[in-house]
Design a protein around this ligand. Structure first.
Ligand SMILES: *[C@@H]1O[C@H](CO)[C@@H](O)[C@H](O)[C@H]1NC(C)=O
Ligand SMILES: *[C@@H]1O[C@H](CO)[C@@H](O)[C@H](O)[C@H]1NC(C)=O
Ligand SMILES: *[C@@H]1O[C@H](CO)[C@@H](O)[C@H](O)[C@H]1NC(C)=O
Ligand SMILES: *[C@@H]1O[C@H](CO)[C@@H](O)[C@H](O)[C@H]1NC(C)=O
Ligand SMILES: *[C@@H]1O[C@H](CO)[C@@H](O)[C@H](O)[C@H]1NC(C)=O
Ligand SMILES: *[C@@H]1O[C@H](CO)[C@@H](O)[C@H](O)[C@H]1NC(C)=O
Ligand SMILES: *[C@@H]1O[C@H](CO)[C@@H](O)[C@H](O)[C@H]1NC(C)=O
Ligand SMILES: *[C@@H]1O[C@H](CO)[C@@H](O)[C@H](O)[C@H]1NC(C)=O
Ligand SMILES: *[C@@H]1O[C@H](CO)[C@@H](O)[C@H](O)[C@H]1NC(C)=O
Length: 801
């Protein structure tokens, strides 16, 4: 997507327009010209640690086809110039754990002298470089040419992938394809394969480990080949293949030795030297994998273009709520924007009908990987653009609570993932509640969240919370807590205290909404627990020089005495801290970062920090000293917190210091793991000029990156219009002078979700200087303080209309 035409003052992605074109023109023509899909570059974040899935998928699809490499392969493919080792049909996107999925890869080869054992079977031996400029990626299709001369193109239906392998002509008479009983992480415990002697159909299953979680999962596959005649086939072990046996079971030895093994087949008479492979995947059975593949891809030799077109239409439809008048904004920015949104709909994945553990008739989603990342902006973006999907995801989380006993914090491949901080599924649920999503059992949600707050599970490493006795009795999570009730990494006392406090605030919100005044009182009181670990005399120095700021969160022992964690520890100025590497009292970020994570009580925090001016100094210092880590999710809100100190203009300015310098349309254009589209959602909100405070009915208003944006709510059909006056694509005018909503003055620096559900029109007047808009105390975003919620007055807000 390197070359794109200018689109200033044109409307993109209007549903009516797309539909009209779909009816009259072949889709490829549409994509080349007017479709918004030309602004989607799946390769953004395919190197430099973005770990995105760059291949062919449908929205939330289970099947995700791409080439797998031996370099940065967490999401399968990378443009890091490493070697291709296979082509597989299931992946995760943007994740930060071990390489995820990539099960049962195929790999095409020509065996020298047409001798099977002259082919390379093992990963290390078969690894082949790809031709960098042969890579093409677009929604629903992916293609690459290997240096061996073999060209592969692929697409996906919901549960199956279709691969076309084009061997170079004049090579071996009998091109070979192998299937490897492995995944990207080589986590296979045991696996089976049977190869049909006549058709070469390969069928079986394998037991693997989740890439950032506990337990194991079984995946089943069914691969059929089309195009030529089967010449011979069999299984392989290590670097040797044979035509007998045709069935095979592989496990780990007593010393866990990893045996490389799988199936192979050779073909003759391939038309145009092209072999077509259809790969069905199921978590239920191999027969179900065969069935879905056959149903979704009945004519593999003819279906490729149809599948690509269906995928494109599905993506078009998902993106159709948005329409933009770029106003001269660059194609690169448009590409960042649309691609960011696209990536938020790759995962979670729709595994409905594929859950072997229970079948409740409720849609089942998996790859919530992880909610600690996605609760902040990804789920809020889905709530705007695809509320029906968000409802299904929320119900799926509640269904997990019903059947597994707990809400997950992270969940992939039917397994629980590791909890990073609080019980943040609570926030996802309450965010859906305050935004009035319908079709959710809110009393069940309340019950699930209360359990998180009150009942400590034996293994709080994978769900719920730890240290709940201390939480209830001491009102903070102690440093080196004594906790014989449950088990988890006994670390992160600061970040867990902060996240639990916010989780309890969200619980209070839901309880109040459902009319439980007693519960509201209890949990809103606990939501102030963050104050108990504030050490007002704590200072912070960098390389011996005092930063000039006093008062930081610090770890506190059970006896009430403060311990010590250098406020810059776990920042880029010190060393990285995670669950297992250098576990500390803050998770994956410093005290400097976590000091800003009190989303419900910013006004009190600002007082703690010595008032507005000192608060703004702190934010500025954080963002300019190397302490802010823009590559990880906790940083997101800090870009906008100036709003709470009455300086929304500084938020707008800050956004532009990160977009596009840290988020752009290049292959390395993400600063860190996309985390299932979290980075993509951050970019999208940044450009929309809105930032959600997840768990609250609040969007902070900032300057959009485009002249005008329409967003049609797919449920109510109403269109929110975001318009600007004085827009300039050089972004000198990033300061809001004035705002009107539906033509009336809007002095608040924030707005609620009714903007979308009611289809309001917000018009922002932009200028090159900061103005007094949004500076008044009563116009700042809501902040809970001393038993009242200052300026959180939805009645006033509704009264305007
Ligand atoms: C396969 O591995 C899993 C996980 O280690 C184990 O539970 C199962 O019993 C194994 N199956 C066989 C047939 O060995
Ligand atoms: C995996 O396949 C083998 C061989 O067909 C079969 O015996 C076994 O039951 C399968 N495992 C599961 C979990 O379905
Ligand atoms: C082979 O390639 C030719 C030329 O590209 C094309 O016309 C023909 O349809 C192809 N045949 C098959 C069976 O794919
Ligand atoms: C938004 O919708 C309004 C009303 O239909 C229309 O006039 C305007 O052109 C649209 N703007 C964009 C950016 O699509
Ligand atoms: C998930 O799949 C099920 C079964 O096909 C379907 O009913 C549901 O609408 C899908 N959800 C989304 C958001 O596409
Ligand atoms: C509290 O406990 C810590 C850690 O065991 C210890 O260093 C400190 O001296 C104790 N404080 C008091 C007042 O006993
Ligand atoms: C694009 O983003 C990446 C990742 O944050 C950054 O390293 C790079 O410098 C940016 N490129 C440009 C041209 O801004
Ligand atoms: C902003 O709005 C106020 C009140 O509605 C008005 O007095 C003022 O002139 C406006 N300023 C600009 C720059 O439009
Ligand atoms: C949700 O519904 C309530 C009750 O009808 C209403 O007061 C509130 O404004 C709605 N909120 C949104 C975001 O639509």
């Amino acid at each position: 997507m390197a070359t794109m035409r200018t689109v200033s003052s044109k409307t993109w992605g209007s549903p009516q327009l797309s539909l009209l074109f779909l009816l009259t023109f072949p889709l490829t023509a549409l994509c080349a010209d007017d479709s918004v899909l030309r602004f989607i570059n799946p390769l953004i974040g395919s190197t430099n640690g973005g770990n995105v899935f760059a291949g062919a998928t449908r929205p939330y699809g289970l099947a995700k086809a791409v080439a797998d490499v031996d370099g940065q392969n967490t999401g399968g493919f990378s443009t890091d110039g490493s070697n291709v080792v296979g082509f597989s049909a299931v992946h995760d996107s943007g994740t930060g754990g071990n390489p995820s999925l990539g099960n049962f890869p195929l790999f095409p080869q020509l065996c020298p002298d047409d001798v099977v054992n002259n082919c390379d079977f093992r990963i290390g031996d078969r690894a082949t470089p790809y031709i960098a400029d042969s890579v093409t990626a677009s929604p629903g299709s992916f293609a690459v040419e290997l240096k061996s001369g073999i060209k592969t193109s692929m697409t996906s239906s919901e549960h199956a992938a279709l691969f076309r392998f084009e061997y170079p002509s004049g090579g071996s008479e009998h091109p070979l394809i192998l299937l490897d009983l492995t995944d990207l992480w080589k986590s296979r415990q045991n696996a089976t394969i049977s190869v049909d002697p006549e058709t070469a159909r390969m069928k079986g299953n394998g037991t693997f480990l989740p890439s950032f979680g506990a337990g194991s999962y079984v995946m089943h596959y069914c691969v059929d080949f089309f195009g030529g005649d089967v010449f011979d086939n069999g299984v392989w072990v290590n670097n040797r293949g044979g035509t007998e046996p045709k069935e095979f079971f592989v496990t780990r030895g007593f010393n866990l030795f990893y045996l490389e093994a799988g199936g192979w087949a050779r073909f003759s008479g391939l038309p145009n030297n092209t072999l077509t492979a259809r790969v069905g995947i199921s978590f239920i059975s191999a027969d179900q994998a065969c069935r879905s593949a056959k149903t979704e891809i009945p004519s593999p030799l003819d279906d490729f273009d149809r599948l690509v077109q269906e995928a494109e239409s599905a993506w078009e439809e998902k993106l159709s709520p948005i329409s933009i008048n770029a106003g001269g904004a660059s194609n690169a920015l448009l590409t960042s924007f649309w691609s960011g949104i696209y990536r938020t709909m790759i995962s979670p994945q729709n595994y409905t009908g594929e859950n072997p553990k229970w079948d409740s008739g409720i849609p089942y989603f998996d790859s919530f990987y992880c909610i600690w990342d996605s609760f902040r902006v990804q789920h809020p973006l889905l709530t705007i653009l695809d509320p029906a999907a968000q409802v299904q995801m929320v119900n799926s989380l509640l269904d997990m609570y019903k059947h597994e006993g707990w809400l997950p914090d992270c969940h992939m491949s039917l397994c629980n993932g590791w909890t990073q901080g609080g019980s943040n599924a609570d926030v996802v649920l309450v965010d859906a509640y305050v935004k009035n999503l319908t079709g959710i059992d809110w009393e069940l949600a309340l019950q699930a969240i209360i359990q998180d707050a009150e009942v400590e599970p034996l293994e709080w490493a994978v769900h719920g919370r730890g240290g709940l006795q201390s939480w209830a009795n001491l009102d903070y999570i102690p440093y080196l807590d004594f906790d014989p009730v449950g088990f988890g990494t006994n670390s992160r006392s600061i970040s867990r205290t902060l996240e639990y406090a916010y989780n309890d605030y969200c619980l209070a919100t839901l309880a109040q909404g459902l009319g439980h005044a007693d519960l509201y009182g209890k949990y809103v009181a606990r939501s102030t627990n963050w104050q108990n670990i504030w050490k007002s005399e704590q200072t912070s120095a960098i390389r011996g020089r005092d930063t000039g700021f006093t008062g930081f969160f610090q770890p506190k022992y059970q006896n009430g005495t403060f311990g010590f964690q250098d406020p810059i520890d776990c920042s880029a100025l010190a060393s990285f801290c995670s669950l297992t590497s250098n576990p500390s009292e803050t998770f994956e970020a410093s005290v400097w970062q976590y000091q800003f994570i009190v989303p419900h009580s910013m006004s009190t925090l600002i007082e703690f920090m010595g008032g507005e001016t000192r608060f703004i100094d702190r934010l500025d210092f954080f963002h300019t000293s190397g302490l802010a880590d823009i590559s990880n999710e906790p940083v997101f809100s800090t870009v906008y917190l100036y709003h709470y100190a009455g300086r929304p203009g500084l938020s707008a300015k800050r956004v532009h210091t990160y977009i596009p310098s840290a988020f752009n349309a290049t292959n390395g254009g993400l600063p860190g793991n996309d985390d299932s589209g979290s980075m993509g959602a951050f970019v999208a909100f940044g450009m929309l000029g809105l930032f959600p405070i997840s768990g609250q009915d609040v969007y902070l208003i900032s300057a959009p990156f485009f002249e005008a944006i329409n967003i049609t709510n797919p449920v109510t059909g109403k269109t929110a219009q975001i318009k600007t006056v004085g827009f300039d694509a050089g972004y000198k005018n990033v300061f809001i002078q004035n705002v009107t909503v539906n033509g009336k003055a809007w002095t608040k620096s924030w707005i609620g979700h009714a903007l979308f559900t009611e289809g309001w029109t917000i018009e922002v007047v932009l200028g090159s200087q900061e103005s007094s808009w949004g500076t008044k105390l009563e116009d700042r975003p809501p902040s809970w303080i001393k038993g009242t919620k200052r300026s959180r007055d939805t009645a006033v807000c509704l009264e305007v209309f």
